[in-house]
Design a protein around this ligand. Structure first.
Ligand SMILES: [Zn+2]
Length: 249
């Protein structure tokens, strides 16, 4: 099958699906210039994740953790959503039960216009209190000083999931429920290696969903996919939404 035939086939399935769920991973943001973490030359090959992204690392040196996150927030603020993000946001415009689950923490889906994004790993744009979990918006750093929680005076930390931490229970429950009740599941730009996110495509498939994988490289999910498009999200998703629009409009 050619890529075009695969795109047409996916749109055929989209047109008869009541519910569609997409899971996105680092590959989707890599096209916006945001480095991946687990690749051989990704961020964790150069930095020690336990110093920069763990509770112990934060307790032993909160300033170091903050300077790392400030650096990453700057990269995110200077990057833009790419055509893959925009194409996914367009699905929300149609009369389709479309749900977006992401492993990314950069907020680019929301900036592209996606709503109700389920963020499995939190968000580096948001901060929370280390003690009481109160969400804190806005600046947390005043020069080199860290602001403390206004409610309990605790330290403020990024609202992301660190190494050794559990995923947010409500998000993972929602993601599992959506995956088990969907007709069509897209796994996009994710290596499908990090659990429990990696289970979601298989939960969908075992409950009868058609599984589509969008990834330029093979993953351990590839053998389970009903249709694979070996392109990046930024190339594949616009093709899919354009074809879908042609057929519904
Ligand atoms: Zn607090």
């Amino acid at each position: 099958m050619t890529t075009n035939e695969r795109i047409n086939k996916i749109v055929d399935i989209l047109l008869v699906s009541n519910s569609v769920t997409a899971l996105t991973g680092a590959g989707v943001s890599a096209e916006s210039g945001i480095a991946t973490f687990r690749d051989p030359d990704g961020i964790w090959s150069k930095f020690n994740p336990l110093e920069l992204a763990s509770i112990d690392g934060f307790i032993s040196n909160p300033e170091r953790v903050w300077s790392w996150y400030q650096y990453r927030v700057n990269i995110v603020n200077n990057s833009k959503p790419n055509p893959g993000h925009y194409a996914l946001a367009e699905f929300h415009k149609y009369n389709l039960d479309f749900n977006l689950i992401t492993q990314n923490v950069d907020g680019l889906h929301q900036r592209a216009g996606s709503e109700n994004v389920i963020e499995l790993h939190g968000s580096i744009i948001r901060n929370k209190c280390f003690n009481c979990n109160q969400i804190h918006e806005g600046a947390v750093i005043n020069g080199n000083l860290l602001n403390n929680c206004k409610r309990c005076n605790g330290l403020i930390r990024p609202d992301v999931i660190w190494f050794g931490e559990m995923l947010p229970e409500s998000e993972i429950n929602t993601a599992q429920k959506l995956s088990s009740n969907t007709d069509l599941f897209f796994s996009i730009g994710t290596s499908a290696e990090v659990y429990p996110a990696a289970d979601l495509p298989l939960i969908a498939k075992s409950n009868g969903a058609i599984l589509i994988e969008i990834n330029p490289v093979k993953t351990q999910l590839s053998n389970f996919a009903d249709i694979r498009i070996e392109l990046t999200s930024g190339k594949a998703m616009p093709l899919i939404i354009e074809e879908y629009k042609k057929r519904v409009e």
